[in-house]
Design a protein around this ligand. Sequence first.
Ligand code: FES
Length: 568
Amino acid sequence: MTQPVGLARGLTNYGDPDFALYLRRSFARSMGYSSELLARPVVGIADSSSGFNNCHRHFPELIEAVKRGVLATGGFPLTFPTISLGEVFLNPTSLMFRNLMAMDTEEMIRAQPMDAVVLVGGCDKTVPAQLMGAISANRPAIGLVAGPMMTSRWHGERLGACTDCRRFWARYRAGEIATEEIQEIEGNLATTAGTCAVMGTASTMASIAEALGMILPGSAAIPAVHADRLRAAEATGRTAMHLVRSGLTPERIVTPQSVENALRVLMAIGGSTNAVLHLTAIAGRAGIDLDLGQLNEISDSTPVLVDLKPTGPHYMEDLFAAGGIGAVLRELKPLLHLDCMTVAGETLGQRLAVEAGPVDRSVVKPLADPLQPKGGLVALFGSLAPKGAIFKRSAADPKLFEKEGRAVVFSSLENLSARIDDSDLAVTPDDFLVLQNAGPLSASGMPEAGYLPIPGKLARAGVKDMVRVSDARMSGTAYGSIVLHVTPDAASGGPLAKVRDGDHIRLSVAGRRLDLLVSPEELARRSVAPPPVPERGYAWLYRHEILQADRGCDFDFLRKQPLGKVLR
Ligand code: FES
């Protein structure tokens, strides 16, 4: 029996399918649609615009363009809202709600009558949430990302969210910038629609989505306000209809090979540490286990090619002008699995066989002459992080790569903010700042707090970088010698919870090690109080089901193959 299409799909259960279809058509007609449109295949458009999401403020225009493409190819476009995650508007942190958005997206794709879906997202957690949901729903799906913001100017200097946000804030903290000036900068950091202008998490996830084959070739880096973004939206609508006809589903696109391609791109673009979590969670939805050992192998064999902030001088609009992710993929070609299928209905190899335009070598370096010979991210293991931690070596000071230091411990975010600028804080530039209870199981929900500020008195003395260790995340727009995602986290009773002021920690990036130099006997004597468990609602579900960073912080029951309590 052939599968019903369009509005005849997945009928509401009244015990009489003919009645259900008649009623559905009748109610759909109340919206003024013609019978001709109602008989077409349906393309759902997941709209994540919100008054609480500046990055998505152009979505009404983008979605109109998607609809044009669907209508022009014989489909019937219907939008539906999902949760939106505006990075800076959520408390305690947007990551906590990524899985909720993924559930919303998955269930609405499955519950509503659509033959394919266009996922319109952009801000940090929205793209991974949509991909996770769409993979689990496994209906033909294509992403459309917001595109990056354009840069702005301040006193002749180019500004782009949000590496420059942090750069100027650090200068303000160090007393180099006056209050009036930081207020002026505040008004100039983010001035257009779109996602952060640097290679932060949103840009990294857009690049990864293109490398995975889940958005149209060439569409990751198009600025949000560029006419090409609207053309990409229209083409996305058209492609959604091709997906309806071909039946190509995300599970055939997101494979171990395409995930490996995405990891290569992550390394080559010097992408965000957050992307490791998200890609792990996305892969887990397709039944693929991405482990941190594999990350190290890929990192060691993939050079950094793209010179964007936070590590270089350029912005996403420069990467677009330089050839976009296509230019990066062409350089990486010898390292990629070229037989991976993409939403465009062609393989990656077929895509890359098409002749390329000129490439700006100041932004995208050739494989033979890379910016750095090895990838930007490494995983560390050791007695302080038995299940791993992440270090962004491309954003760190190599002088701190091999170092032993004395721990200065902050037991929580509140404790950090209360003490970091205390002039009596016993701290030197050679110490390691350690933040506890900022991991996935903590009440703070793994915030982007791993970029611990340099203590006020050291910042004023000119100290720019120190080793910082935590179970938190870091914004993709930040930089410094920062060890993140220490797993297991402190709230689950991991070794990080047992670090005390004055303990010694050894970091070896070359050895991929992070060790707490305290005897097991002494550690056994130190007790750790578990955090309180929320009593109800989503916070309760989160606390019971959240997996650690090495599993991408997905909920166990949402993975294709749940691990169960024992294996977590
Ligand atoms: Fe939305 Fe940075 S705040 S991408």
